[in-house]
Write a protein that binds this ligand. Structure first.
Ligand SMILES: Cc1cc2nc3c(=O)[nH]c(=O)nc-3n(C[C@H](O)[C@H](O)[C@H](O)COP(=O)(O)OP(=O)(O)OC[C@H]3O[C@@H](n4cnc5c(N)ncnc54)[C@H](O)[C@@H]3O)c2cc1C
Length: 509
């Protein structure tokens, strides 16, 4: 059932066994999973079915460090979106950011969870094996192609071994035709389900604790129209993305100074993204003759590949993870004539003759605590303190990108993939934008002195408050975070089924 907060009376209390805040991929997955397994779930969402600019404005932040991308209605890069959403990195609407994302899926590899001695704060307290089954089951349920089978294809094996000989690695990803939009994928289920209730237009503004200070008893939810309701639950799951989850924990500071889960001052810290450069080209080399179809961007759905320096090189030079995507740009008539006059070979894939590849280069950022979010003094339309975002890069980030580009340029040329053409605009960290991959602000750890949530995603110091988001990533080495968010959501759903019992429902919307 889907209800708008305006349909409820003033000062109403609504209750679910499980309350999930946020209806993006993380929140929709854990809410539908638990509801299908018999739990009474209340999904609370700040946005509504339609995009409303005044609700979206509740996401506004103040940048006090490196800035994010900006709204750019003319952006070439986000042509697939309506102009008002080109450059937006988080969406407040039913379905959250899944309404605009691109739909590239790739799981983390075992090494991504392991601590790398040359990257401070890089390890996860869980292992790849802890998520493996959840990657597999969600891949099946969401129609994500089988990347293990893909790895066995002779062409991919050939490409991998050629690249490996040159000190490069190949990363495969699955690209959906229509990216999962949770409001569409789960819309019917949300409307019809008896034990999944969705409350729209309800912005969570505060978490209330019982006298012990350890149990969240309710979530205060308010609307821009002035309606306020109290949402109660036995288990509360925050799935609001890395910025808003940290903001709600910090804002809930009336009963605990500094906010919930913040006893060690770590909420909002270790914020990372994937700095990104998408200007520049790669002039194709002879290897493209054999492998161009593997690099195609269309038709979708499809598997495609991207590249990086291999793990041994990263270890040897103490580098951060990074990814090189190559988008084929096809030849026009005038380019064909010019190429023919120059006597250059034609490289073709199944879509046409390739004029060049547009380069999209992204890098990991080393996690460090001074890159952070905190509450500022400015307030939003609900009177909530806005976030100040102090996004900072470290010396390691600068050193790593310089060496990575030097080695990549050499090796990509030597192996015959091609030659970079960056003109007078090579990738520079200071000019790189975010990738809309906010991570790390409630990091997962074994001990409260090191993070905000434990290995089950439960907020330290609380009995019943959980987080599911890339905010729990202690490090985000791999480019696409969403498959891992989804696997974590499924894992949390399973954990709650195993560890919590069903209590009778007292009140409902
Ligand atoms: C243009 C673009 C392309 C992308 N492409 C890719 C890609 O190809 N591959 C990939 O892996 N990742 C990609 N990403 C990142 C990906 O979209 C995110 O990782 C993912 O959508 C995050 O899902 P989430 O559920 O954690 O958060 P969100 O989808 O942001 O959901 C958070 C939800 O919480 C709600 N909310 C927030 N605050 C409150 C509050 N106080 N009260 C109630 N509700 C609240 C929001 O309205 C929203 O619905 C892309 C991002 C963008 C912007």
């Amino acid at each position: 059932m889907i209800t708008d907060i305006l349909e409820l009376g003033e000062q109403t209390t609504v209750r679910g066994q499980v309350v999930v805040v946020g209806s993006g991929i993380a929140g929709a997955e854990v809410a539908t999973y638990l509801a299908r397994h018999g739990r009474d779930v209340l999904l609370v969402e700040s946005g509504r079915d339609r995009f409303e600019p005044s609700i979206q404005a509740l996401n506004d932040v103040i940048f006090v460090g490196k800035r994010h991308r900006e709204l750019n209605p003319n952006s070439y890069y986000h042509q697939y979106l309506p102009p008002e959403l080109r450059g937006v990195s988080r969406v407040r609407q039913l379905g959250g950011t899944s309404n605009i994302w691109t739909g590239k899926w790739t799981p983390f590899q075992p090494l991504d969870f392991e601590g790398r001695p040359w990257v401070a704060n890089s390890g996860w307290p869980i292992r790849y094996e802890d998520l493996q089954a959840h990657y597999q089951s969600t891949a099946k349920d969401y129609g994500i192609g089988d990347l293990d089978e893909e790895a066995k294809r002779p062409e991919i094996k050939g490409l991998r071994s050629t690249m490996a000989a040159a000190g490069l690695k190949v990363i495969s990803f699955y690209w959906q035709q229509t990216p999962t939009r949770t409001a569409i994928q789960f819309g019917e289920e949300m409307r019809r389900s008896e034990n999944l209730r969705v409350l729209l237009g309800a912005t969570a503004t505060e978490l209330k604790l019982d006298e012990s200070g350890q149990r969240v008893t309710s979530v205060v939810c308010r609307s821009l129209e002035g309606r306020e309701v109290s949402v109660e639950g036995d288990t509360i799951i925050l799935a609001m993305g890395a910025f808003e989850t940290a903001r709600l924990l910090l804002s809930s500071d009336r009963q605990i100074s500094g906010g919930i889960g913040n006893q060690h001052g770590l909420v909002g810290r270790f914020y990372t993204d994937h700095p990104k450069h998408h200007r520049g080209y790669l002039r194709p080399g002879s290897l493209v003759q054999h492998y161009a179809p593997e690099l195609q961007f269309r038709p979708k759905p499809r598997f495609s590949v991207c590249f990086a320096l291999d793990d041994a090189t990263q270890r040897e030079h103490q580098l951060l993870q990074h990814t090189l995507f190559l988008e084929p740009i096809y030849e026009r008539l005038v380019q064909r004539v010019w190429r023919t006059l120059q006597g250059r070979s034609a490289y073709r894939d199944n879509n046409g003759t390739i004029a060049t590849y547009r380069v999209n280069f992204v890098t990991e950022q080393a996690p460090h605590q001074d890159s952070r979010l905190r509450l500022g003094t400015e307030r939003d339309a609900l009177g909530q303190r806005k976030l100040e975002v102090d996004w900072r890069l470290s010396d390691h980030d600068y050193r790593s990108i310089a060496k990575t580009l030097e080695l990549l340029t050499q090796r990509v040329a030597e192996v015959g993939l091609g030659t970079f053409e960056f003109g007078d605009d090579p990738p520079r960290l200071d000019a790189m934008t975010d990738a809309a991959h906010q991570m790390g602000t409630t990091r997962m750890a074994n001990r409260p002195e090191e993070g905000v949530v434990d290995t089950d995603c439960r907020v330290f110091g609380t009995d019943n408050l959980y987080v599911v988001s890339s905010s729990v990533f202690p490090a985000g080495p791999k480019y696409s975070p969403t498959f891992t968010i989804l696997a974590l959501a499924r894992r949390l759903g399973q954990h709650l089924l195993e560890t919590t019992s069903v209590s009778p429902v007292t009140l409902s919307v």
